[in-house]
Every structure is written in structure tokens, then in C-alpha cells.
Design a protein around this ligand. Structure first.
Ligand code: AMP
Ligand code: ZN
Ligand code: FE
Ligand code: FE
Length: 285
């Protein structure tokens, strides 16, 4: 009974349609997969319909962009109700901000000698619509032969410290946790050990989120977490009574090293997560 709780479809910046992602989950031997697109719930209904057809449990999820001290961190909401008004308003605000900063980014790229039009970025959208962001700029650079892959686009131009970076809005961290809880979700701190996020997500801060905002879990096992990082978060999670999850952060062909099911969540942790979703009034099945 293999469980992968962090994946992206082409509704945000993955490359599989939601249906294709669920088919690929079955091919990878998964019994349960959570769809956690960035700042959108738009793929959930399609993915769950596909899951019902082929016998895969699809957990409705979202990866909310949050920030603390001006630094970006990610929250995973599981069992999220799709119709919560305030959550949908916040997701829309963040998606529009993600998109509306692209012209400023294209200006910077033009001044760096790499001109790109908005139409060229939109051509890379997949089903992303208003969820357009840096990955699609990267794809447009690939299409023009300027870079070989998304990784190179981020390293040369788009990373936080890169020459074409433009910030975008996100939810304040504790407000984001509260908002996901209000929509019935159990909230898991995504990949706390990756570069950049580890600097702001101190043990002290995670402890405060657990004690004062009811943070439900922490993503311990993750492709970019080495053994000592995993050990650190396992121990912190145990001390704070957090559900300890593991996941791939699959993006289709959009990210290498994140194959579907390459990192898994243990069954007892998943059962505990579902009981927390039930307690918050979210979508359990
Ligand atoms: P944006 O939301 O527009 O700021 O773009 C951020 C998204 O780009 C992240 O959520 C990742 O999915 C993706 N991303 C960030 N760094 C990389 C990278 N080095 N290679 C591929 N995708 C990346
Ligand atoms: Zn992504
Ligand atoms: Fe993330
Ligand atoms: Fe992700």
C-alpha cells in the first residue's frame, strides 16, 4: 500500500494532466496519491474522478505559498474542502500575483539580452491558466534554445538571487496555517530542509507553529533531504507530536530526481494524518 503525498499536475507546474498523473501513480505501484498543486485546487475533481475509475485513493491537497520574514516557505494542506470561500480568495490572490509579476521579469530578461514575450510564456502554460510562474518562463527559455532545462534557467536567471528574479505575494505563514485549517485541511510543513527554507524554518519557529497554530505534520522524507536532515526532522517531529510524512514532489518531466513514488509515507503516519483531517472537518475519502 504505497503512499505519495506531494505531487504536481499541469494545472500548476507539473507536466502531467491530473488524469495522466493518477494513471502514472498506478503504474508506479501507488495505492494513494495526494495532488498538491501550487496555490490551486483546480485539478482535484478531475484527479479524484480518475482515481475512482481506476481504484487509486486521491487525497485532495494544495501546496500553499507562504512567507516568513520575506522568505518563501510551502505549506501542504490535506483533505482540503474545495468550496471554502476565504481559501479560494487567497489562492486567487496569490495566483494573480504570481502571474502579474511576469512582465517585470521579462523586462529584466530583455535587459540581460534574453528577450521573451508574454505569449511565448503563455504557450508553455499546459492547463496552468492563471497559475503561470517561473517554471513556465523557464520552459519558454528552453523552447527558444536559451537553456537546456528548468534547472539551468533557475540557476542562471530565475533563482531568488538570480538577475531576473521578481518577488510575488504569498500568505503570511501563521495565517496560511489557520486558513487551511478553516478549510478542513490538516497542515504539513513542506520540505523544511531545502536550501533557503532551512534558514528561516528554525526548530524554535517550527515548535511555535506546532504549539500555537496546531501545525499537524512535517515532511521529513524528501528527495533533497539527506540522511542527517531526515533524522533531525524525525526527532523534532516526534518531540512535537507531528505526523511525519514522506513524498516525491513529482512534477512530471518538470523536475528531475522527483519520480512518482520515489519517497513514500508510512501507513501509520497516513492514518494519523487522516484522523487529523477528520477532526478538522475536511475531506477524508
Ligand atoms: P514561482 O511560483 O513562479 O515563483 O515559481 C516557483 C516554482 O518553481 C517552485 O514552486 C518550483 O516548483 C519551481 N522551481 C523552483 N526552483 C526550481 C528549479 N531549480 N528547477 C525547476 N523548478 C524549480
Ligand atoms: Zn512546483
Ligand atoms: Fe514546494
Ligand atoms: Fe511541490
Amino acid at each position: 500500500m504505497h503512499i505519495d503525498l506531494h505531487t504536481h499536475s499541469n494545472v500548476s507546474d507539473g507536466t502531467d494532466t491530473p488524469t495522466r498523473l493518477v494513471l502514472n501513480a498506478r503504474a508506479a505501484g501507488l495505492a494513494t496519491v495526494a495532488l498538491t498543486d501550487h496555490d490551486t485546487l483546480d485539478g482535484i475533481q478531475e484527479a479524484r474522478a480518475a482515481g475512482r475509475r481506476i481504484g487509486i485513493h486521491v487525497v485532495p491537497g494544495v501546496e500553499l505559498s507562504a512567507e516568513v520574514d520575506g522568505r518563501e516557505v510551502h505549506l501542504l494542506g490535506y483533505g482540503t474542502r474545495l468550496d471554502h470561500r476565504d481559501l479560494n480568495a487567497e489562492l486567487t490572490r496569490i495566483r494573480l500575483g504570481r502571474r502579474n509579476r511576469l512582465p517585470a521579469m521579462l523586462d529584466k530578461l530583455a535587459r540581460l539580452g534574453v528577450p521573451l514575450t508574454m505569449a511565448e510564456v503563455e504557450a508553455q502554460a499546459g492547463a496552468a491558466g492563471t497559475a503561470l510562474g517561473r517554471p513556465h518562463v523557464a520552459d519558454a527559455l528552453i523552447a527558444k534554445g536559451k537553456v537546456a532545462n528548468r534547472q539551468e534557467a533557475f540557476e542562471r536567471f530565475l533563482d531568488r538571487n538570480g538577475p531576473a528574479f521578481v518577488p510575488r505575494p504569498a500568505a503570511e505563514l501563521t495565517a496560511g496555517i489557520d486558513l487551511l485549517h478553516a478549510a478542513g485541511a490538516a497542515v504539513v510543513l513542506a520540505h523544511p530542509g531545502i536550501r533557503g527554507m532551512d534558514e528561516v524554518l528554525t526548530g524554535e519557529l517550527i515548535e511555535m507553529l506546532a504549539r500555537e497554530h496546531g501545525l499537524d505534520g512535517i515532511e521529513v522524507d524528501y528527495p533533497l533531504h539527506d540522511a542527517s536532515t531526515r533524522d533531525l526532522y524525525h526527532r523534532l517531529g516526534a518531540r512535537l507530536d507531528l505526523v511525519r510524512t514522506g513524498s516525491s514532489d513529482y512534477h512530471g518531466t518538470g523536475k528531475v530526481g522527483h519520480d512518482l513514488g520515489c519517497v513514500l509515507t508510512r501507513e501509520p503516519a497516513f492514518r494519523e494524518l487522516l484522523s487529523r483531517v477528520a477532526a478538522r472537518g475536511g475531506v477524508v475519502r
